[in-house]
Write a protein that binds this ligand. Structure first.
Ligand code: NAI
Length: 734
């Protein structure tokens, strides 16, 4: 065996070390799965082995689960297949059941088996451990045990949906299965997932002690086994399944097959013996894995995220840029957040504002977050002090001297940005990077104020900076590849995911997100009832409906951006009924959105739930007060595809060059419906030809904003996909 090493001691206890060669973390590759079969055979037939302890040979933990690279590849595999439907189904089942079969054989091998968990066990890793008779975890604060499959659109299909509820009950297991929540060693002990928690380094010894007298029969293989909390037809079972179903529907709007199939696995599997239950689970696992949702989510939320997180977009050939000192200009909402995440990553931060008091106020934000973390035991007081010690508030631009990079985050004003760029650059070395966090002003224009435009770049953060994982890097016309490489090194150092785009009004994220809220406004102006617009908006899988989003972003801001765009575009600007609507709301009625408690909704001062403003119907007459399924489908399509078409236009204009940037940026940046795998994956999975045909009908009805651009039409005629034409594979071939 390549992945498992067996050493049998004098007591007949075999220590099995799980250690996939050449990897920093164990995963369940096809080879590993095959070897688990061989391993079980050896345990069963070797008379010298009386019991088994399984441990990891990796310092990083026990096992991170299935190899999603392999799984993602097989889920998307195409090609001609001459087998009959029956043969295909049988082969798919056999393949999908392989891991369940191997784990079940381990569980019923007749000898006691324990797992020693020094570090994380996730997904298939935890399922492996659950198929042994006993588990010991180390008292290590970083240890995580969990079944995160649902987060990438899959279900825990190696016994997870069956063994976890048989240990802790369906009610307790549901959040771990449906939300992919992980548990600490202590939580696992309290819920019966591990039998003991011992000091780090002691798990193998403790597991070995257990094996000496351990019971080789799983609780659910005993005649008197009772499901904790009762089965589906017990009083708590009723709650889990009736309430669970309703809650799931409310939260997911039926967009996520994985969660629905997990509930089905629980409901059906918990009524039958474990062997039948595991077969049921495999059937749902395969069904889930073949869904477009799972393929899209694995592609974007796992594979692409991982690749971008390793610097896939970084141009080769530049030495790593170690960013040690960074100046942040402007200690407002964004600057304060940026200073905090930099200090968290150990970067010395100069925080500049117009006065020391203003800069101190910005540092106060970091102080509040540190105090919270210390109170919750997530950070020691000492480490908190070190972090705060890295932030130096100042009003003196001389302190910028020696910075490797600058992030400008002053007010959104071209003139002010030009002034502070000059002040900062006067202090910088020729090699330093000058970044702007502007959300709307084109980078090429801002770079005109710079003496070194090749070093000037957009580094666009999202609010709140400490929670949002994305940074959109914007290349100006003159930005050099070296500056890009340095900026990516900076973004990776502060542990965010970078996407790279070219300059454009609103760059990529604001521009596409803008079409979503604009489409909601168009619908409102057409006379569709606001409640329908926002309810269907949420049901698409977007975090909120477009009108609520308008209120959150602020209507007066939308008004200002509109006025600026009008000025900038001159005669090219195409207005419409929405302009009059926004002007009426902002200028005449001073309804600015959530920030002044008055927008499309009213926000009661007592904090109670917002309600659609009754006066809205006097400004725009409701012509469509009810929604039939066809209208709902049309609204859904309009809201999602308006954004997707804009993303496709970004490819044509060269704003986007890599589908991974498009899809990861959309989901992380503005919460584009995660089940789609992102706007470009949405187009690809529907086929470019299908999308062009569908858009034709909408264009005829609503106008050119749905019109597929030339690139999309060309790709449709050739049967191309975006991932095929612009993906990593195509780039490597070029
Ligand atoms: P803010 O109004 O909270 O903060 C701006 C800060 O700049 C203020 O503290 C102000 O005193 C300071 N400032 C003004 N003149 C200065 C000078 N000469 N030197 C140093 N500091 C000076 O604004 P916010 O929201 O933090 O936005 C800052 C930038 O980030 C803007 O360009 C904005 O478009 C962009 N942005 C904002 C996002 C948001 O959600 N608010 C998201 C992404 C980017």
């Amino acid at each position: 065996m390549e992945n498992f090493k067996i050493e049998v001691d004098g007591d007949g206890i075999a220590l099995v070390t799980f250690d996939v060669p050449g990897r920093s973390m164990n995963t369940l590759t096809g080879k590993v799965i095959a070897e688990i079969g061989a391993l079980v055979e050896r345990i069963k037939t070797d008379a010298a082995i009386k019991g088994v302890v399984i441990a990891s040979g990796k310092a990083s933990g026990f096992c991170a689960g299935a190899d999603l690279g392999e799984l993602g590849g097989s889920a998307g595999a195409g090609g001609e297949d001459r087998r009959s439907e029956q043969e295909k189904l049988q082969a798919a089942f056999d393949g999908g059941f392989a891991l369940n079969r191997a784990f079940r054989a381990l569980e019923t091998c007749g000898k006691p088996v324990a797992t020693a968990l020094e570090g994380l066990a996730l997904g298939g890793g935890l399922e492996f451990a659950l198929a042994t008779h006993y588990r010991v975890a180390a008292n290590n604060p970083r240890l995580q045990l969990g079944l995160p499959e649902a987060k990438v659109g899959l279900l825990p299909g190696a016994g997870g949906t069956q063994r976890l509820p048989r240990i802790m009950g369906a009610m307790n297991a549901a959040p771990y299965l449906l939300e992919g929540k992980s548990m600490t060693a202590q939580e696992a002990l309290a819920k019966g997932v591990v039998g003991a928690v011992v000091e780090p380094g002691q798990t193998v010894a403790a597991a070995r002690e257990w094996v000496k007298t351990g019971d080789p029969v799983a609780p659910w293989d005993k005649k008197d086994f009772k499901l904790p909390g009762g089965g589906p037809y017990s009083p708590t079972g009723g709650q889990v399944f009736i309430m669970g179903n309703a809650m799931l529907r409310k939260q997911s709007y039926g967009n996520y097959p994985a969660q629905l199939n997990i509930l089905k696995c629980l409901y059906e599997g918990l009524q039958v013996p474990i062997d039948a239950a595991l077969r049921i689970e495999t059937r749902y696992f395969l069904k889930t894995m073949q869904s477009p949702q799972a393929r899209g989510m694995i592609r974007t939320l796992f594979l692409s995220m991982q690749e971008l997180g390793k610097g896939a977009s970084r141009p080769a050939g530049y030495a790593p840029y170690d960013v040690k000192k960074v100046a942040v200009l402007g200690a407002g909402m964004m600057g304060a957040g940026i200073a905090y995440v930099q200090a968290q990553a150990g970067i010395e931060t100069v925080l500049v504002d117009v006065s020391v008091e203003a800069a101190e106020k910005g540092k106060g934000y970091a102080r509040t977050l540190v105090e919270k973390a210390v109170k919750r035991g997530k950070l020691t007081a000492e480490k908190g002090e070190t972090l705060l010690g890295l932030i130096h508030p100042t009003a003196d631009y001389a302190d910028v001297k020696g910075s490797d990079l600058v992030v400008e985050a002053v007010f959104e004003s071209r003139e002010l940005k030009a002034t502070v760029t000059k002040l900062a650059e006067a202090q910088l070395a020729e090699t330093a990077v000058m970044g702007s966090n502007t959300s709307t002003l084109p980078i090429t224009g801002l770079a005109e104020a710079s003496v070194r435009p090749a070093n000037f770049i957009g580094i666009h953060f999202f609010s709140p900076v400490d929670k949002m994982g994305l940074v959109e890097i914007i290349m100006g016309k003159q930005t050099s590849e070296e500056t890009l490489a340095k900026s990516i090194d900076y973004v990776l150092k502060i542990r965010k995911t970078p996407i790279v785009v070219n300059d454009s009004r609103g760059f990529y994220t604001s521009r596409c997100f803008g079409t979503f809220i604009q489409e909601g406004l168009e619908m409102l102006a057409e006379g569709i009832a606001p409640a329908i617009i926002d309810n269907v908006g949420r049901a698409t899988g977007m975090p909120r409906g477009p009108l609520e989003m308008n209120d959150d972003v602020a209507l007066d801001l939308a008004y200002k951006v509109r006025e600026q765009t009008k000025k900038d575009l001159g005669e090219q600007y195409v207005g419409g009924p929405v302009d009059a609507l926004i002007t009426r709301m902002v200028v005449d009625l001073e309804r600015f959105g959530r920030k002044n408690g008055k927008g499309f909704y009213d926000y009661p001062a007592d904090g109670s739930a917002k309600k659609i403003w009754p006066g809205l119907k006097d400004i725009v007459a409701v012509k469509t007060p009810d929604a039939d399924p066809a209208l709902i489908e049309e609204i859904r399509t309009r809201l999602l595809y308006r954004q997707a078409i804009e993303a496709a236009r970004c490819f044509e204009e060269g704003v986007l060059t890599d589908p991974r940037d498009a899809d990861v940026g959309a989901i992380l940046g503005w919460g584009f419906a995660p089940w789609t795998g992102g706007p470009i994956n949405l187009i690809d999975s529907g086929g470019t030809a299908g999308v062009v045909a569908k858009r034709g009908a909408l264009t005829a009805k609503y106008g050119s904003r749905y019109a597929p651009n030339a690139l999309l039409r060309e790709m449709a005629s050739k049967g191309e996909t975006f991932y095929g034409r612009f993906g990593a594979g195509a780039k490597a071939a070029a």
